[in-house]
Design a protein around this ligand. Structure first.
Ligand code: SF4
Length: 333
């Protein structure tokens, strides 16, 4: 019996899982130098387990991109994975760790896109005023895209308000006018602590395939960027997302069947996902903060130093939204 037939015969009775084994097997045979980003999260645990079962896994370079604000539990988990599979996970340090980026450029607030627009307006000493686009363009030259966001000037999509318009975030304009930010906002930490580190690593490694833990069933912007589990771009490394088609139930079945152990961020802290510790973009950053306060007090202190202004401002915005909604409801009655 060849290796693939054996793997399939021993796999759980789940077509999505079996298909992922077959496709991963093929992709590992077809490529010579493969990069697999490991985050220490539950999706990357499954990918590593899947790959390590397959002949050709020795061609994989596992890399962890250390942003400078990581859970101790994640770092411990990386050591556990190395021991379990007898592999090495390369730790790639941020070009500028998150704390330095936030000090230098500003703190992330609400989302990557919102932070970008606000940061551009801040660079132009914008006064958060409610004027027409024409008037604002005359007052703040060379800032057109951010002013279009502020004035809701982008065309809406068939699904509703364009995410390029400020009204995509309810009452954000009213909030910014009433409480202009008194600290610098920026999305630069994503660039220097994550994106650029990964792209430099890829360039130096000369990989012919990159693997990521993106799932279609997962919410957020990332899954919307891909249509399939595999994509090619001329002159660039192929991209493969081994568990792209896994739904939550397939993940659970895989974990139970193959006995995949996740980091303490899940088992003890009860977090639903991990990533940069305490990122203010996370809807549930309060839950994360509470977990840190209890289990990793030093990290709790650190993230509050780094993102404190953004947390305060986000809380104020969320409260403002609730109050506005109530006011609107009362008006309708
Ligand atoms: S995910 Fe959040 S904390 Fe992490 S680099 Fe991006 S903005 Fe910064």
């Amino acid at each position: 019996m060849d290796a693939l037939t054996k793997l399939i015969s021993e796999a759980p009775n789940n077509e999505i899982i079996k298909k992922s084994i077959i496709t991963t097997y093929q992709k590992l045979q077809e490529h010579d130098s493969i990069l697999c980003s490991i985050s220490g999260g539950s999706d990357s645990d499954i990918i590593m387990d899947l790959c390590q079962k397959i002949p050709g896994a020795e061609k994989i370079d596992y890399a962890f991109f250390d942003t400078g604000l990581e859970f101790k539990a994640t770092k411990e988990h990386l050591l556990y994975l190395e021991k379990k599979y007898g592999i090495t996970i390369h730790r790639a340090k941020a070009i500028k760790p998150i704390p330095i980026c936030c000090k230098e450029f500003g703190q992330p607030f609400l989302s990557k896109q919102v932070s970008e627009w606000i940061s551009r307006l801040q660079r132009h000493n914008f006064k958060w005023e409610d004027k027409s686009l024409e008037e604002l363009e005359a007052e703040y030259p060379n800032c057109r895209a951010a002013l279009r966001w502020w004035c809701d000037d982008f065309d809406d999509t068939s699904n509703g308000i364009s995410s390029y318009n400020i009204s995509y975030n309810q009452y954000l304009k009213e909030f910014l006018m009433k409480y202009p930010p008194d600290f610098l906002i920026s999305n630069k930490c994503c660039h220097y602590a994550k994106k650029k580190v990964a792209s430099d690593y890829k360039r130096h490694g000369k990989f012919d395939m990159n693997m990521y833990g993106v799932r279609k069933a997962e919410g957020g912007a990332r899954k919307g960027a891909y249509k399939n589990c595999f994509s090619t771009k001329k002159g660039k490394a192929d991209e493969y997302r081994p568990i792209f088609w896994y739904r939550s139930e397939d993940k659970k079945e895989y974990e139970d069947y193959y006995d995949v152990v996740h980091s303490r961020c899940y088992s003890e802290y009860c977090l639903k996902r991990t990533g940069c510790a305490g990122c203010p973009y996370a809807r549930n950053f309060e839950e994360e903060l509470e977990a840190m306060r209890v289990f990793e007090p030093a990290l709790y202190k650190a993230v509050n130093n780094v993102f404190g202004k953004s947390y305060e401002y986000t809380r104020k915005y969320r409260k403002f939204v609730e109050e506005q909604k109530k006011k609107d409801k009362r008006k309708k009655k």
